[in-house]
Design a protein around this ligand. Structure first.
Ligand code: COA
Ligand code: AMP
Length: 632
C-alpha cells in the first residue's frame, strides 16, 4: 500500500487516533476529554473538553521556542512602495498591545469584532488580537459595499469595528471610512467603538465618542495575555455567499482549526517551519484567513501580506519579484491571477529577470484550474502546479495532491484525490452513491474532519437545511463533478446559484434581489457566464413591467450602479439585456441551467418541461447582442 493510501485509510478508520496524534503538534492549556464527539449528529465537535489559545499557538509559543527573531510577517506593498518585516517577537508585542486596546474598549471572551481592512499588517494584528482575547472576529472583504457590511454588522453584532482610512486598489485610492460610516448608519445594530488606522493616502473623519485612532490607542496600550478558550469556542465568523442575498456566517472553532492548519502545511503543502509561504489572496477571504494568517503562523513559517495585484503593480512580473525577493517556497493563488499574467506576458518574458531558485510549488484554488492555464503555468515555471479544491466552509483542502505525503502524477483539470479526513462521494439526485466517472453531486460523508465548519453563526437550522438535509448523512458541497477509477476527483462547477468571479464567491440570487428592486423590472435572472480572464462573470436578463419601455444600455447602466452600490464592485456585474420573457418550466421554474448553456455557446437540449420553446431563441438573441451565446 502506498503512503497516501495508508494515511488516508487511517484517517477514515481511526479518526480519533489520527487527529489525536495531529493535535500533539500544538500547545494546549488542557488536553481534550474526547477527540470527536459524535453524540449529536449532524453537529460534530472536535477536541471536546480541550482548552487552548489560537494566538498563543500562532505567536507566543514560537517566541518561547526560540523563533523570536525569525520574520513572521512580511508586508510587501507595491502600491505604497513599502516593504516592512515583523519578527515573531515584534508581532507578539504588537498583537498583545492591540489586544490590550480592544480589552480597553470593552472587548472580552465571546464578544464579536468586525474587521474591515485592506491588505495591511494591522489587519493580521487585529485578527490575532481578537484570538488572543477569545473574542470572535469577522473580517469583511473591502470590495463589499456598505449594504453588505451592514448585513454582516446586524448578524455578527460587533462590540467594536476595526477599519482603515482607505484601501489602495492598483492606482485607485478607495476611502473606507465613508463606507464604514454608511454601513453603521444602515445597520440596526450599532457598534460601541471603532478603531481606525489612519493611512497617509486618505484622511478619515473620526466621530466623537465612537471612533478612535489606531496609533493613538496603541501608544498608551498595556499588553494583554492570552485567554484560554474551549476548543469548541468560535475563533471567527466568515460570511460567504449562499444562494440568496443573505450571506452564511461560517463558524470556525479554535481547537479543530488550530490542529488542521499546521497539519495541512506539512501534509498538503510540504512546508516546514521557517519556510516562506505566500498566499496571494486577501484577508477578507477564507484563503487569507487560513493561509495568510493562521496556518503559516501556527506552523512557524514566514507569511507575506501582499498589497498589490498580479499585474499592473507595476507589471506582470510582480509575483516573480515577490517570490525572488523574499525567497518564497510555496505560492498559493487563484487561477485567474495566472490568466491575468498570461494575458499581459504570454511568453513569460518577465520571469527571466528573477531568480526563483528557492521556489518549489505553485498551488491554485478558488475555481477549477482549466487545463490551458495549468499547462501554461507548469511549462513556464517548470515546477509542480497543484490544483486543490476547497470551500470557505471547510477552511482547508478537501481534494489535493498531498505533496507532503505522496506526490501523484497530475491529471490537468483534476485537484487529484481526497485529502485524509474527507470521504468524498458522488451522489445522484436521489442520494444514491455513483460509481467511477459518473457525473453527479459531490458530497462528503459526515463527520467532516477538524477545522471545518461546526455550524453557521447562531443558525443551526440553516446549517442543517443548507448542508445536511439535502442528503442526510452527507455534507452537501454545492459542487458537481465525478471521481475516476484512480480516485481522481473533478469539480465541474456549482449546482446552485453560487458563482466564482476571479476566484471570488458571489451569489447570483443576491444580485437578482438587487435588480428586482428597480422600479421598471418585473423579473430577472442573473447567471454566471464563462469568462476568459475571471472564469465566470455575472450577466443579467430582465423582463420589464407591462407598459414600460426602456433603452437597454441606459437600463443596464442603472442596474450596474445598483449592484455596485448594494453589493460592491467585487460583484463585477457589468452586463444585462432586456427580454420579453424568461424561459420557464410549465410549473414556473426559470430554466437557468439552459440559459447558462446558451450564454456559453454550448449545445443544449430543449427541456421537456419547458412552457414555450420559442423563449430560448429570444434568450439567445438577447445574449448575442451583448457579446455572449457565440458558438465555437
Ligand atoms: N477593496 C475595494 N475594491 C476592491 C477590492 C478591495 N479590497 N478588491 C477588488 N475591488 C474592486 C476592484 O477595484 C474592481 O473595481 P472596478 O470595477 O472599479 O475596476 C472590482 O472590485 C473587481 O475586482 P477584481 O475582480 O479583483 O478585478 P480586477 O480587474 O481589479 O483584478 C485580477 C482582476 C484577476 C487581477 C484579480 O481579481 C486577482 O488578482 N485575483 C486573484 C487573486 C485572488 O484575489 N483570489 C481570491 C481567492 S484565492
Ligand atoms: P470559496 O468558498 O470562495 O472558497 O468558494 C468555494 C467554491 O469555489 C467551491 O464550492 C467550488 O465551486 C469553487 N472551487 C474552489 N476551488 C476549486 C477547485 N480547485 N476546482 C474547482 N472548483 C473550485
Amino acid at each position: 500500500m502506498g503512503k497516501y493510501d495508508e494515511v488516508y485509510r487511517r484517517s477514515i478508520e481511526d479518526p480519533e487516533g489520527f487527529w489525536g496524534e495531529a493535535a500533539e503538534a500544538i500547545s494546549w492549556y488542557k488536553k481534550w476529554d474526547k477527540v470527536l464527539d459524535d453524540s449529536n449528529p449532524p453537529f460534530y465537535r472536535w477536541f471536546v473538553g480541550g482548552e487552548l489559545n489560537t494566538c498563543y499557538n500562532a505567536i507566543d509559543r514560537h517566541v518561547e521556542a526560540g523563533r523570536g527573531d525569525q520574520v513572521a510577517v512580511i508586508y510587501d506593498s507595491p502600491v505604497t512602495d513599502t516593504i516592512q518585516k515583523f519578527t515573531y517577537r515584534e508581532m507578539q508585542d504588537l498583537v498583545s498591545r492591540f489586544a490590550g486596546v480592544l480589552r480597553g474598549l470593552g472587548v472580552g471572551k465571546g464578544d464579536t469584532v468586525i474587521i474591515y481592512m485592506p491588505m495591511v499588517p494591522q489587519a493580521v494584528i487585529a485578527m490575532l488580537a481578537c484570538a488572543r482575547l477569545g473574542a470572535v472576529h469577522s473580517v469583511v472583504f473591502g470590495g463589499f459595499a456598505p449594504n453588505e457590511l451592514a448585513i454582516r454588522i446586524d448578524d455578527a453584532k460587533p462590540k467594536v469595528m476595526v477599519s482603515a482610512s482607505c484601501g489602495i486598489e492598483g492606482q485607485k485610492i478607495i476611502p473606507y471610512k465613508p463606507l464604514l460610516d454608511e454601513a453603521i448608519r444602515l445597520a440596526t445594530h450599532k457598534p460601541d467603538r471603532c478603531v481606525i488606522l489612519a493611512r497617509p493616502q486618505a484622511a478619515a473623519e473620526l466621530t466623537d465618542g465612537r471612533d478612535h485612532d489606531w496609533e493613538a490607542l496603541m501608544a498608551g496600550a498595556e499588553p494583554s495575555e492570552c485567554v484560554p478558550v474551549k476548543a469548541t469556542d468560535p475563533l471567527y465568523i466568515l460570511y460567504t455567499s449562499g444562494t440568496t442575498g443573505v450571506p452564511k456566517g461560517i463558524v470556525r472553532d479554535n481547537g479543530g482549526h488550530a490542529v488542521a492548519m499546521p497539519w495541512s502545511m506539512t501534509h498538503v503543502y510540504d512546508v516546514q517551519p521557517g519556510d516562506v509561504y505566500w498566499a496571494a489572496s486577501d484577508v477578507g477571504w477564507v484563503v487569507g484567513h487560513s493561509y495568510i494568517v493562521y496556518a503559516p503562523l501556527i506552523h512557524g513559517c514566514t507569511t507575506i501580506v501582499y498589497e498589490g495585484k498580479p499585474v499592473g503593480t507595476p507589471d506582470p512580473g510582480a509575483f516573480w519579484r515577490v517570490i525572488s525577493q523574499h525567497d518564497v517556497k510555496v505560492l498559493f493563488t487563484a487561477p485567474t491571477a495566472f490568466r491575468a499574467i498570461k494575458k499581459e506576458d504570454p511568453d513569460g518574458a518577465y520571469l527571466e529577470k528573477y531568480d526563483l531558485s528557492n521556489f518549489k510549488y505553485l498551488f491554485l484554488a478558488g475555481e477549477r484550474t482549466d487545463p490551458d492555464t495549468y499547462h501554461w503555468a507548469a511549462d513556464l515555471l517548470g515546477r509542480p502546479v497543484i490544483d486543490h479544491w476547497w470551500q470557505t466552509e471547510t477552511g482547508w483542502a478537501i481534494a489535493a495532491n498531498c505533496l507532503g505525503i505522496e506526490a501523484f502524477p497530475v491529471k490537468p483539470g483534476s485537484p487529484t484525490k481526497a485529502v485524509p479526513g474527507y470521504q468524498v462521494v458522488i451522489l445522484d439526485e436521489n442520494g444514491k452513491e455513483l460509481g467511477p466517472n459518473q457525473e453527479g453531486i459531490v458530497a462528503i460523508k459526515l463527520p467532516l474532519p477538524p477545522g471545518t465548519l461546526p455550524t453557521l453563526w447562531q443558525d443551526d437550522k440553516r446549517f442543517k437545511e443548507s448542508y445536511v438535509d439535502p442528503f442526510p448523512g452527507y455534507y452537501f458541497t454545492g459542487d458537481g463533478g465525478n471521481i475516476d477509477e484512480d480516485g481522481y476527483i473533478s469539480i465541474m462547477g456549482r449546482v446552485d446559484d453560487v458563482i466564482n468571479v476571479a476566484g471570488h464567491r458571489l451569489s447570483t440570487g443576491g444580485m437578482e434581489e438587487v435588480i428586482a428592486k428597480h422600479p421598471d423590472v418585473a423579473e430577472c435572472a442573473v447567471m454566471g457566464v464563462a469568462d476568459q480572464l475571471k472564469g465566470q462573470v455575472p450577466v443579467g436578463l430582465v423582463v420589464l413591467k407591462a407598459g414600460v419601455e426602456r433603452d437597454p444600455d441606459e437600463l443596464n447602466a442603472e442596474l450596474v450602479k445598483m449592484v455596485r452600490e448594494q453589493i460592491g464592485p467585487i460583484a463585477c456585474f457589468k452586463q444585462s439585456n432586456i427580454v420579453a420573457r424568461l424561459p420557464k418550466t410549465r410549473s414556473g421554474k426559470i430554466l437557468r441551467g439552459t440559459m447558462r448553456k446558451i450564454a456559453d455557446g454550448q449545445d443544449y437540449r430543449v427541456p421537456s418541461t419547458i412552457d414555450d420553446p420559442a423563449t430560448l431563441g429570444e434568450i439567445e438573441q438577447a445574449l448575442q447582442a451583448i457579446g455572449y451565446a457565440k458558438k465555437g
